[in-house]
Write a protein that binds this ligand. Structure first.
Ligand code: ADP
Length: 265
């Protein structure tokens, strides 16, 4: 703790008082430290695709552009890397907006179960052949107030991870059930899993169990950090359970606004 004093008095007049300000240096230093780390991380994240692109462009420039086999492949690499950098910068901008509380959620009340089915349908349409999608969802209408765009982003990030970090042919299980006044939602996979001592870190910015693998799969290391901010903004919690090598489950909760019987399936 640092202490600074200011004397309160009129010019040359008697001293009327003293102000002592206590600065919590440790907290300030920690914020500073985190900021520095963040800048280092961002720089590394951008440098990796940029150096990759530079070497591919150099090779093209040195003559590879004339090779009808190699040229399209090299161009494709630079394109993929550019796409990933754009995703990274968009994710960073979004996190920075959230940090500055510079965003408003457009809440609407809806039946989360129907909405969840809809999200899963969309993934099943594109990945249904490579993965087995299993739904264990209640036969009820469970109402929550959510910002649909933001919640879709949360689910997209979680479900894409389940797909990214799973072997083809694996089962991905979707569940939702009420626990008291909260709806608990989960996505389980049978993928690579996360080592036990790292499990909470996956919600931190840029943390990855396997950097190379995440990058290769087009990850930015920010998906779950964004999901966490969004879920908190909805008044919920998010956490993970995993067995290394066996699979992972991501859970999150949302306040329930009402439950109704349903004649759905
Ligand atoms: P990324 O873009 O790297 O996927 P995320 O923030 O979405 O970033 O996830 C952070 C890290 O958490 C990932 O790099 C990965 O190591 C781990 N992870 C997230 N979801 C899963 C999952 N379903 N199975 C295994 N590991 C996961």
């Amino acid at each position: 703790i640092r202490v600074s004093f200011s004397v309160i008095n009129k010019e040359d007049g008697p001293i009327n008082g003293l102000i002592a300000v206590l600065h919590d240096v440790t907290e300030q230093e920690q914020i500073e430290q985190e900021r520095r780390e963040f800048v280092v991380n961002v720089s590394h994240e951008l440098r990796t695709p940029l150096t990759t692109m530079r070497s591919y462009l150099e090779a093209l420039h040195d003559g590879a552009w004339q090779d009808p086999e190699i040229a399209p492949r090299f161009l494709e690499v630079t394109q993929t890397e550019t796409e990933r950098m754009i995703r990274l910068v968009n994710d960073l901008l979004q996190l920075s907006k959230m940090d500055k509380k510079e965003y408003r959620l457009e809440f609407q009340k809806l039946d989360f179960v129907a909405y969840y089915h809809h999200i899963i349908d969309r993934f099943e349409m594109s990945k249904g052949e490579q993965f087995d999608f299993k739904r264990e969802l209640p036969n009820k209408e469970i109402y929550t107030t959510i910002d649909k765009d933001k919640m879709t982003q949360v689910l997209d990030n979680i479900i894409s991870n389940a797909i990214k970090y799973s072997p083809e042919g694996g089962t991905i299980t979707f569940r939702a059930w009420p626990v008291g006044k909260r709806l608990r939602i989960s996505v389980s996979d049978e993928g690579v899993g996360i080592p036990k001592n790292n499990i909470d870190k996956i919600f931190e910015r840029f943390y990855r169990v396997d950097k190379a693998r995440s990058r290769q799969l087009g990850g930015t290391g920010l998906g779950l950090a964004i999901a966490k901010e969004m879920v908190h903004a909805h008044g919920g919690d998010i956490w993970a359970e995993s067995k290394w090598g066996k699979g992972t489950t991501i859970y999150f909760t949302l306040p329930i606004k009402g439950i109704r019987e349903s004649d759905r399936r």
